[in-house]
Design a binder for this molecule. Sequence first.
Ligand code: AMP
Length: 499
Amino acid sequence: MANHLYDAVFEPHAASRTAFLHLSDGTTLSHQDFAGTTARLAATLAAMGVAPGDRVAAQVEKSPTALALYAACLHAGAVFLPLNTSYTDQEVAFFIQDCAASVLFCDPARAAQLETGVAETSGCLVTMAADGTGSWQTRHPSAPPVKAERKGDDLAAILYTSGTTGRPKGAMLSHDNLLSNAAALVDLWGMTAADTLLHALPVYHSHGLFVACNVSLLAGARMVYLPKFDPDQVIAAMPDCTVMMGVPTFYTRLLASSAFTSQASQNMRLFISGSAPLLAHTHQAFEDRTGHRILERYGLTETSMNTSNPLNALRKPGTVGLPLPDVDLRIDHAEPGAAGEIQVKGPNVFKGYWGLMEKTADAFTTDGYFRTGDLGEIDADGYVTIVGRSKDLIISGGLNIYPKEIETIIDAQREVEESAVIGLPDPDFGERVVAVVVETAKDAVDPIALKNILARSLAKYKLPKEIITIDTLPRNAMGKVMKKDLRDLISRKHLGMEH
Ligand code: AMP
């Protein structure tokens, strides 16, 4: 039976003895062994009564078995629901109840706490530890698994958006959303069976699971599959790899290590960055250190990848590159002269939010473009630059201020490592602009001088009322600054100072 994504990504390798996963303990796993684990898991799912279209949730540590669970769900026709390992019991309960998951795979250490949430869904809970073992192995399926028929439009996965505000929404991704995007990226990034991907991303997010794994498997490439990003481990693995996909934090952390030299990256042909903005000075510092220009691309959970800088033409720092060949991207200028929203249409665009018809309708324009909520510009060569997020907006005295505009100027200062601009409650203006800055060295930033620099290019109402220095910005695992946490942190600091 035809199974759109599984047949393209996993099936072609199933009989191969090639070691395709290289693990941090020095061992390897062949496609054939991986297919064996996949079959065992798929049979277990069937024995638990999982039918095509049922949701299977997993909050498990990154492991080859966790990846096999994704493959097994596709094989069984189930909808895979990977969950961030840092979600609390309450959050997990919300997700599995929201989409009525039939099964939750979780770490043995979490099983007791998660049991209650699962009980309310009438689903079952099985454990899977970081070494792949767990209660799932104690179920003994009586028959080999039957591959489910799945067409391009059938759902392959639901990923809850990492939205920093509001209720998380389950983005429904079809087999063809994922396959068409992976195929486009294999082509764009020149991925082949000769490549080895340095995989240090988590596998509960679109970046580490779909971009990294689907693309590598489709190309027949190998992966050095590390449990997490550890700069020393990554540097040690690099001579055996050709491509790395990372979030900007990976690159800043590599640059912070003196062990990271051009020698260490000699065998590499491509470094890719995405999920959060790569600062132009990180791009430059990386090129100075290694001779490699990081290739930046842009995507969302709902769309997978929309744009990418080119492999063999100019990679423009500060831009996210050109729209993918089958992605129709436009900037919607609601008000002339103002920043416009990036809107996209294409085979990569998701099917909607699970159970949320109204929110789904709001997310699309009447002519069928997905509203990304990112604000962008397109230059004369067609390169897209993200200039802000409509969701990340400060309204001060009734005027709209996009933090990104201010952050870009602050980040360009030599004495600034990075920054985040936030709005804090203000009795007069509603919100006031506050810049939070990480310095390259203690007391390197002179707030008055920085305000003067900003005043040269920004309207007065956009200027930060305060500039506060901080050691590090709170970020999530995907490298995104968590502005809500930052606002809370700074508000607490203020209160502390007042007492
Ligand atoms: P997520 O759904 O977690 O993948 O987050 C998607 C959001 O991450 C986008 O809407 C962008 O705001 C941001 N993002 C992703 N890639 C980039 C990038 N290369 N530069 C700037 N922001 C990015």
